[in-house]
Design a protein around this ligand. Sequence first.
Ligand SMILES: Nc1ncnc2c1ncn2[C@@H]1O[C@H](COP(=O)(O)OP(=O)(O)O)[C@@H](O)[C@H]1O
Ligand SMILES: [Mg+2]
Length: 260
Amino acid sequence: MSEPTPAAGAQQEYLLELDDIQAGYGRAAMVLRGLTIKVPASTVVCLVGPNGAGKSTVLKVASGLLKPRSGRILVGGEDVTGQGPQEMLSSGLAHVLQGHSVFREMTVAENVLLGAYTLRDKQQVAERVAFVQNLFPIVGERWKQLAGLLSGGQQKQVEFARSLMVSPRVVLLDEPSMGLDPKTTATVFEQVVRMRDAGVAVLLVEQNARRALETADIGCVLDLGRVHITGPAPELLADPQLSELYLGGRPGERAASANG
Ligand SMILES: Nc1ncnc2c1ncn2[C@@H]1O[C@H](COP(=O)(O)OP(=O)(O)O)[C@@H](O)[C@H]1O
Ligand SMILES: [Mg+2]
């Protein structure tokens, strides 16, 4: 940790800040309209919102795949607005895309090592391999096997491992629970917490709002292109009005309707 600057005394230190972002595609109406999200160190920040709300767009802006029309992106306090994906990766932002990005006909090892293609130092690669195998034991156990033989949840862990090879400061996770059953989803979210505990901050976007907020430290609700509500995730979960509007009813009600 560096010495805090005098000006930073009262402020919290953020690894990633998206500040007043406007972004969209071509001539279509803006998708993000003044969006602000801050990710502190050692934290899982979760952005929830319905399908089409702009969650993936937020991550594309953060990882340099989509340039914002206005606003600023800061990584560790440094302005990186306008950088492309390769530079953003070097700045410490790794993006795990929505959907499935594992190459089924390649081994787990080959899939993970794809994340290390920018690393020149063999010793460093070996250290990162040891790190991800320790964090995700299944990745180590299945190292030499074809990735296509792994279950969906295990393949997600291969994707996580690949993203961690470059020692990112922040990992951007786009709907890691997509297509997974509830039990597997729980396992994948446990791995998200393990990543945080290993010192990687996480910006997670999820449609599966309740489950994601149960995992996250800080929650943000995306509505009409802005963060409508933000706060400690347990507080958002406990808010009955928020539950009603964005989380599909109160947990008790949901459980009751699911059982009957
Ligand atoms: N490549 C694209 N070109 C044009 N419009 C897009 C593109 N990607 C997403 N959109 C539009 O932007 C909006 C937000 O999409 P997205 O960020 O993918 O939402 P979410 O991830 O929350 O489901 C949607 O209206 C979608 O149709
Ligand atoms: Mg999406």
